[in-house]
Design a binder for this molecule. Structure first.
Ligand SMILES: [Zn+2]
Length: 272
């Protein structure tokens, strides 16, 4: 699933193409993709003719803010792809296509778990996962004080970091990488972290996300940016996807286990 760096890469690619562009005609091929409004006719009526004022990311969501301040809230889930093209293209799993005043925007989704909502500015609470998002990890509001205030729980630290209500945008890849870099075991109860560990963890999270964005995201299977190109961050991963291989720091074999319901790779020697 695309996480913060992948979604940020897509948003940066789309921004210059979409801002000030206008939806002319929208076709929906998979009705379940549209979460709000439920009626496809109403969705089309509310989006067609509207100019895109701003393209933003919040957590793992892509936001297209229209001229009337209504928000198009897009979540790619497992395999969703949002692609801009100057020319008309064909896709095998197309859920939505939009003819813009300049170019075309496509939402292609093999597994069809991705969602699109169109909500007026004062109705955003209807998109619950979006409305309850925690702080952005790359913003100043995320620091030692904030993380410390959330750690009063016996949950494994990995489970806490995956919780979008605590931190917006982290997923399995960047949580495993952050915990390795900070030298903290993913199963460690959150409330037992020392001040030094909290400080290392905050720096590690900011570092892996920043590097992920610089490398234009991690492409394991389906992630492509808004032009259909793959990222390169998979070449720099320390633990994610490397279970059974040697730790790049100490040379011991990396462990693989289910923690917080997710496949987790970590080093028993480097992470305590
Ligand atoms: Zn190691």
């Amino acid at each position: 699933m695309p996480e913060l760096p992948e979604v940020e890469t897509i948003v940066r690619g789309l921004r210059s193409k979409l801002e000030c562009n206008r939806f002319i005609e929208v076709e929906v091929y998979n009705e379940n993709t549209i979460k709000n409004p439920k009626c496809i006719k109403e969705f089309k009526e509310r989006i067609e003719g509207k100019k895109i004022r701003e393209v933003k990311r919040r957590g793992k969501y892509i936001l297209l803010i229209l001229e009337d301040l209504a928000h198009v809230i897009i979540h790619l889930r497992m395999t969703g792809q949002l692609i801009y093209s100057e020319d008309q293209l064909n896709f095998s799993h197309l859920c939505l296509s939009a003819k813009l005043s300049k170019g075309y925007l496509y939402f292609n989704d093999i597994r069809k778990f991705g969602t699109i909502s169109l909500l007026p500015k004062d109705d955003l609470a209807k998109e619950k996962g979006f409305w309850t998002l925690g702080v952005e990890p790359l913003e100043e509001s995320f620091g030692i004080e904030y993380l410390k205030s959330k750690l009063d729980t016996g949950r494994p630290i990995k489970s806490l970091l995956l919780d979008q209500r605590v931190l917006a945008g982290l997923g399995n890849i960047y949580v495993d990488e952050s915990l390795f870099l900070a030298g903290i075991s993913p199963s460690k109860p959150a409330k037992t972290l020392s001040d030094e560990e909290i400080s290392k963890l905050v720096s590690a999270i900011k570092f892996v996300l920043t590097k992920g964005i610089e490398n234009k995201g991690t492409s394991f299977s389906d992630f492509v940016d808004s032009y259909g190109d793959k990222g390169t961050n998979q070449n720099f991963l320390q633990v994610y996807g490397r279970g059974g291989e040697k730790c790049k720091v100490c040379g011991n074999v990396l462990a693989k286990d289910k923690i917080a319901g997710r496949t987790t790779v970590f080093c028993l020697y480097c992470q305590k």
